[in-house]
Write a protein that binds this ligand. Structure first.
Ligand code: GLY
Ligand code: MN
Ligand code: MN
Length: 441
């Protein structure tokens, strides 16, 4: 891909996103999008700042305490930004600010004002407008600021349906960044496979991955990493990561970096000692077979639901063959008996958020079943494919399978020709994993 080394979105693309949003808004309306704020971790010490994904999507501006207005009147559309003023003393202590004077040129907006002027200016700018687009609770400080500005609109709408739909379809530049996120995340999984040894601690392996993310320019993980040895893999959101990895067990790692604001989301499961046992192989091959079949099916025109139905069929058939499930395949599917071993979805949209925005069901109307994932896939969508099997250590399960948890997760881009795996650099075939692990032992 010719943009594979992009590290950022071009300024014109942010302007284009604002134009596309404005085009879908009613006449005589305003959309208000708030930035994130610094979040206190303790006392006067903050978490690393992460911009609000919607605000970033429309501005590419990475400061807190800012507001974007998209104004649409009969004869013009305007983008107006409120932001923190330049302040030499604050900047010596806390870092550089863009400042009001630089904002129009740097960010391609029509006007910029100090954030402290928001309430009076908002009242003035929106006089005679009939509709407000706002997403309540997205940024609670924004809800408060709007209340303080005390402007009344005949109609209050939510901008999320417009922006979610835009964000769902990735541009060429976005897919290039996501490919980088996938590639760096894959390199971190390779490092984890190389560095894993019996008796190393889960967080030691986590630290190897964070190191690999950061050295390729992805300073933060896209979500809290899961490094789960043995039966910890059966706890879906295990993040303690503080146990020793044991010889003879598997380790499940679900970790991905955030690169240029875009998430990678990879899971790999591999043996701590570098060699799969026969029972581990049985479960692993079943998940791998289901995952590869799902990737074949996840192409334009098909739905996540269809692929997941096939994944369920493969798993149920496999679990019967292994003596973990008993009975008739069709009945077991109908009764959802598989949910004891596979209790999450097949995958999710991926983008600025790890669980990215976008509608999953096919129909717009309010009665549509929001839980169905029956929306046909289209070119430009990026999603994860992450089937898993988590076998509880219960008395009715054949002893050799108890406590085995396996998930295999890749990220794919739907294209005109099928799909493109963004995370393929992380090995997932048993022979490839065992070969890689043998090299460093
Ligand atoms: N890492 C979060 C997920 O796989 O959904
Ligand atoms: Mn994941
Ligand atoms: Mn995922």
């Amino acid at each position: 891909m010719d943009l594979a080394y992009a590290t950022q979105i071009a300024p014109e693309e942010f302007a284009q996103r604002r134009r596309r949003s404005l085009a879908q808004m009613q006449e005589n309306s305003v959309a208000v999008i708030f930035s994130a704020r610094e979040q206190v971790r303790n006392n006067d010490n903050c978490y690393p700042f992460r911009q609000d994904s919607y605000f970033w999507y429309l501005t590419g501006f990475n400061e807190p305490d800012a507001v974007l207005l998209l104004l649409k009147t009969d004869n013009q559309t305007r983008s107006i930004l409120f932001l923190r003023p330049a302040d030499p003393l604050q900047e010596i202590w806390h870092g550089r600010r863009l400042g009001v004077a630089n904002a129009p040129t740097a960010l391609n907006v029509d006007a910029a004002y100090e954030i402290d002027e928001f309430a009076p200016r908002f009242a003035e700018l929106t006089r005679n407008l009939t509709a407000l687009y706002h997403k309540a609770a997205q940024q609670p400080w924004g809800d408060q600021l709007l209340t303080q500005s005390a402007v009344h609109f005949a109609q209050v709408l939510c901008w999320a349906p417009i922006l979610d739909e835009l964000r769902l379809f990735k541009s060429r530049c976005e897919t290039a960044l996501m490919q980088q996120a996938g590639q760096i995340s894959a390199l971190a999984h390779i490092r984890a496979m190389r560095q894993t040894r019996p008796n190393r601690l889960e967080y030691e392996i986590e630290s190897e991955m964070l190191h690999e993310f950061a050295r390729f320019g992805a300073r933060y993980p896209a979500y809290n990493s899961i490094v789960a040895g043995g039966s910890n893999a059966c706890i879906l959101h295990y993040t303690e990561n503080d146990q020793a990895l044991k010889d003879g067990e598997l380790v499940l790692i679900d970790a991905g970096c955030e690169f240029a604001m875009y998430a990678g989301d990879i899971t790999r499961t591999f043996p701590v000692n570098g060699k799969f046992s026969p029972a581990q192989r049985d479960i692993y091959q079943l998940v791998l077979c289901a995952q590869k079949r799902a990737i074949e099916l996840l192409v334009a025109g098909n739905t996540i639901q269809q692929a997941n139905d096939e994944v369920i069929r493969i798993k149920v058939r496999g679990l019967i063959a292994l003596g973990i499930l008993h009975g008739d395949e069709t009945m077991l599917i109908e009764n959802q008996a598989y949910r004891r071993f596979y209790m999450h979805g097949l995958g999710h949209w991926l983008g600025l958020d790890v669980h990215d925005v976008g509608r999953y069901h096919n129909r717009h109307h309010p009665d549509a079943d929001q839980h169905l994932r029956d929306r046909p896939l289209e070119s430009g969508m990026v999603l994860t494919v992450e089937p898993g099997l988590y076998i509880p250590a219960d008395g009715d399960i054949p002893a050799q399978y108890r406590g085995i948890g396996v998930r295999i997760e890749d990220n794919i881009l739907i294209t005109e020709y099928g799909n493109k795996i963004l995370t393929g650099a992380a090995p997932k075939e048993i022979e490839d994993i065992e070969r890689l692990m043998a090299e460093t032992r």
